[in-house]
Write a protein that binds this ligand. Sequence first.
Ligand code: S3P
Length: 178
Amino acid sequence: MNRNIVLIGFMGAGKSLISKSLAMKLRRPVVSTDQKIVEKEKRTINEIFEQSGEQYFRQIEKDVVARLAGEENLIIDGGGGIVLDPQNITFLKANGILFYLFATPQEIYRRTQREAHRPLLQVKDPLRRIEELFGRRESFYAQADYTIDTNQKSPDLIRDEIITLFNAAPPVRFQQEE
Ligand code: S3P
């Protein structure tokens, strides 16, 4: 079974860019959880949050994660909040290696400030919001198998670092002993 490569991390950490780059280099299909949600709902992420609320979005996200986690050979570009539900992590880890793309809040602010497709960052003081959410989520992201520091690294370097770690990972996850 070919394990999935799963990218997690805060909004703007570079998950989409790196997952596409990985997919090209490894000739694997790439799937974005956000993209799947948008296709399923036939509305944008902003519309889903606005019309149905975050909780509804998280339920759809959970359904999408459960389905994707059962597949193999994928590069999964995970939405920044998928780590908030512990079951999502369990599902994804069962058949995948999780890579946390780390960037500092300041760097995330720099990368996201001109974009408008993320409802959680459409606030008066986005840097403050990023710092708040980042603080709350750090321990969730830390559950990844590997943390990749993306600050001041080229996308190619990040991609190659992930490939090296993935190739060195054991082919199956060993069951934990009781
Ligand atoms: C979210 C991250 C977004 C998207 C939604 C919520 C989050 O995905 O799922 O706006 O809670 O961090 P990206 O991380 O791809 O921007």
